[in-house]
Design a protein around this ligand. Structure first.
Ligand code: ADP
Ligand code: GLC
Length: 493
């Protein structure tokens, strides 16, 4: 049996700001179904509400140095009904905060320290408990140092983790964990690790680069994105580093959790429905309009839904450019989003301009996200880039037709509708231009008004299977291949 240690900064149902949490919370369940034993680690943020009777202290008071400062940490295990074991790294000095990474004014200034401590705590757990994973599977910059620790500090004869391999998954190239050069001394890594073939990035320390360089295998969350990030347009300055590692770089499309995202048994929606009877979807639309305070008559018009982090990545600048023309199309629009203040202001302006047709909720609301998936006719995701994207995949299952830009995982998961063959699950455009977005919405609306075509598109999408089964199998094969490679120092040391 393969022993896998997962390390991530967010994991459902404990802490979430985006899709990373969905992946880190669900993939382990499927790895277990594929014969792995999985232990998942995340920080014990004060926002995590677990019943005190359901957590037990497994590592009591361990001193962890971050540079010259020693912090006391604890590791708690959560009792869950799942075979996946979940551990929370507690250090109130770093994780007793209102949010995960920062405030609307910016990132917490000590994020390097916070995630160095988290990474080191994962090692302390192994040393103290005697747990020796076959693979440490790390996610995003917050855990990017772990592969570097494994390849340096642990690669000595008497270290119990000397044989442990690492897989590093990139969920988003735009968040790299770049910190001042001086912060490198906080890591405790040997000086040789800093430099152009190491963590150095334009004079600073880059924790994503660390994961890419030192992991035995690197993955990202769609095949298309694995190709895109090797180009200057999408590589965010690390395209050369990724090209150097192209033989070890794999794109594995995320799956979704159909136990949670399924209109046939979703407890959050007004009426359940499935491909054999779509009547419930109409009820969901009516209830959704009511929830947004929009007139019931709008139920007769096509309704476009958006659920998104409000970030430049998600294409809101395109929506801004063509918003007036979009609203001339006699549609309804409902948006749920949290994030950057300028996009919040923009959306609120839209809602004020069209109070009878556009509804906006600013905030993070999981239940409302489900209601939008169920009650909308179309789901808009005009992303500038999208490593995978989960909402368009949820939308397919809810018969909510995705309109997406053909990039990354959006391109890999959505097939453009072809009226001649009746094949296709949504509508795609390639150019990152407002005119292309508008044209594509108009094309979707044309078919919306042809119910035979529309039902066909909906049913095509609802029949798709993006469960984790296949992708989890790919990860297990990758783990096994990784284990075949002998340990030793990587070429860059
Ligand atoms: P990203 O990780 O880039 O934000 P994904 O599409 O992979 O994009 O995943 C986003 C996840 O976060 C989905 O589960 C989505 O439903 C959820 N989500 C995003 N914004 C909100 C919000 N404002 N309220 C509730 N859920 C949200
Ligand atoms: C990131 C990406 C998103 C992806 C998610 C989970 O947040 O922006 O496209 O689906 O990670 O991998």
């Amino acid at each position: 049996m393969l022993n896998i240690l997962f390390a991530a900064s967010e994991v459902v149902p404990f802490a979430k700001t985006g899709g990373l949490a969905d992946v880190a919370g669900t993939l382990p369940e499927y790895l277990v179904k594929n014969g792995c034993s999985v232990r998942v680690f995340l920080p014990y943020y004060s926002t995590i509400q677990v019943d005190v009777r359901k957590v037990s202290l497994v590592v009591d008071s361990v001193d962890i140095s971050v540079g010259d400062t020693v912090h006391r940490a604890e590791i708690w295990e959560v009792q869950t009904s799942s075979p996946v074991r979940v551990y929370l790294v507690r250090c109130d000095f770093f994780f007793r905060r209102v949010s995960l990474y920062g405030t609307p004014d910016g990132d917490y200034p000590d994020n390097a320290q916070r995630f160095i401590l988290f990474s080191k705590a994962v090692f302390e757990f192994c040393y103290r408990s005697g747990f020796v994973p076959d693979i440490m599977h790390c996610h995003d910059w917050q855990t990017g140092l772990i592969p570097a620790y494994l390849k340096t500090i642990c690669r000595v004869r008497d270290n119990p983790l000397r044989e442990c391999r690492s897989v590093f998954t990139i969920h988003n190239m735009a968040y790299q964990g770049v910190f001042p050069r001086e912060d490198f001394s906080l890591t405790g890594l040997p000086d040789s690790v800093f430099g152009i073939t190491g963590l150095e990035f334009w004079g600073k320390m880059n924790m994503l680069k660390s994961g890419i360089l030192y992991a035995d295998r690197v993955t990202t969350v769609s095949e298309q994105y694995s190709r895109e990030i090797q180009t200057p347009e999408y590589g965010c300055g690390l395209e050369g580093v990724l090209r150097d590692r192209r033989n070890d770089l794999h794109g594995i499309l995320n799956g979704v959790d159909y136990d949670v995202w399924n209109p046939a048994r979703d407890p959050h929606i007004s009426a359940v429905y499935d491909p054999s009877d779509l009547a419930g979807k109409k009820k969901c639309k009516t209830a959704l309009l009511k929830e947004f305070g929009l007139p019931g008559l709008l139920a007769e018009k096509p309704l476009i839904g958006i659920v998104s982090r409000l970030a430049a990545q998600k294409g809101f600048d395109l929506i801004e450019k063509c918003f007036e023309e979009l609203m001339q199309q006699d549609i309804g629009l409902v948006v749920l989003g949290a994030g950057d203040a300028p996009y919040q202001d923009m959306l609120e302006r839209f809602a004020r301009a069209y109070p009878d047709r556009a509804g906006v909720v600013i905030g993070y609301d999981n239940v409302l996200a489900h209601k939008i998936e169920a009650g909308s006719d179309m789901f808009l995701m005009p992303s500038q880039y999208e490593p995978c994207g989960l909402n368009q995949i949820f939308s397919l299952k809810y018969g909510t037709v995705p309109i997406v830009r053909a990039t990354g995982g959006l391109d890999d998961s959505i097939v453009d509708y072809d009226p001649k063959t009746g094949q296709g699950t949504g509508f795609k455009f390639a150019e990152y231009k407002a005119a292309a977005l508008l044209r594509t919405v108009k094309r979707a609306l044309k078919f919306y008004h042809k119910p035979d075509h529309w039902e066909r598109i909906m049913l095509n999408g609802m029949a798709c299977d993006f469960s984790w089964t296949e992708s989890a199998g790919k990860y297990v094969r990758l783990y096994k291949e990784t284990l075949k490679k002998s340990v030793g120092l990587s070429a860059n040391q």
